[in-house]
Design a protein around this ligand. Sequence first.
Ligand code: PLP
Length: 404
Amino acid sequence: MCNFYASSAENSTLTDVEGNEYIDFAAGIAVLNTGHRHPRLVAAMEQQLKAFTHTAYQIVPYESYISLAEKINAAAPVEGELKTAFFSTGAEAVENAVKIARAYTGRPGIIAFGGGFHGRTYMTMALTGKVAPYKKGFGPFPGSVFHVPYPSELHNVTTADTLIAIERLFKADIDASQVAAIIFEPVQGEGGFNVAPPELIAAIRRLCDEHGIVMIADEVQSGFARTGKLFAMDHYQHQADLMTMAKSLAGGMPLSGVVGKAEIMDAPAPGGLGGTYAGNPMAVASAHAVLDIIKDEQLCQRADALGERLRVALRDCQEWCAELAEIRGLGSMIAAEFCDAQTGEPSAAAAQKIQQRALEQGLLLLTCGQYGNVIRFLYPLTIPDAQFDKALKIIASATKIQEA
Ligand SMILES: Cc1ncc(COP(=O)(O)O)c(C=O)c1O
């Protein structure tokens, strides 16, 4: 947690109560792809505020919810007739995706991935593949959840290793016919921005087709232009059956959703899904604005362009920062992993030192990764060029840790 209190924010700048300014490369943990308080988002919310702020959608529906669901149905990379349901948090979206998959298949089992993060509720903690700090001391967790390794080139885990683990699982722990869903992040968020190799997505699709399993892509962190496409799954040839979304969907308002094949989405009985605040009208109004901004300001293209500039700058840093072991990601979902220059072991200390040095120069960065040794760069895609250049200079200076 930062040692200052926020007072105001505009696009990619955060100001604290003492008037200090920070370039915000944390973006409220991947929520602000369209920046703080985009004028179109503020206008949309003001308009909604004057109309009504809450009715509870399942009691008194409103058209903006339906039209937003239609836009998501049209945009999601899943073929056939689709339906979308809205909730409030990312964890809630994941919980509901699991409920839908279980209702559809009538099966209990869920396969998830090591290093994956899906939230802080009990089911999503069970799905999360990192013990400390997310699960430590909170057990027992819901059962019938199984983890397999997620591929990582740097840590020598291949898609073949993942598939062997799933085959073993089917022999040792649960029959494939009892598995309701395989849930994965196309680009792992908290896990360190590991990008799923296309062969992993293809293999999950094949397994799901073979055994009647629902394929769930958790796009809570990777969605809404971050990777250079509206959804990270747009990068792949194979499609999921259900997708979860939240964070940048509503640019700072709590809104999440599940989109997927209508036949699967329709499985729960009426009243089985929902929530008092699910699809809140203020958040829905922001999400409409977010989708318009992404389209009109061509934020997918901008994510690619900014991501490329960042990659080039990080490669330069490798000249003086021997700890910078790998630069990876998709579009603007870019991370840098730090390892000890001598031993090659993950170095959380190097990542934290760089994060601290950047903060001292006015740049807010976030760490992530299984070992806490990865820095992720989550700037608003609307960041002005001059400010982005300034941030790159701070990153260059902050990575000179040997000279410090
Ligand atoms: C991939 C993924 N799924 C789910 C969640 C949980 O979202 P929330 O914190 O809104 O519950 C997160 C949050 O970081 C996430 O990155």
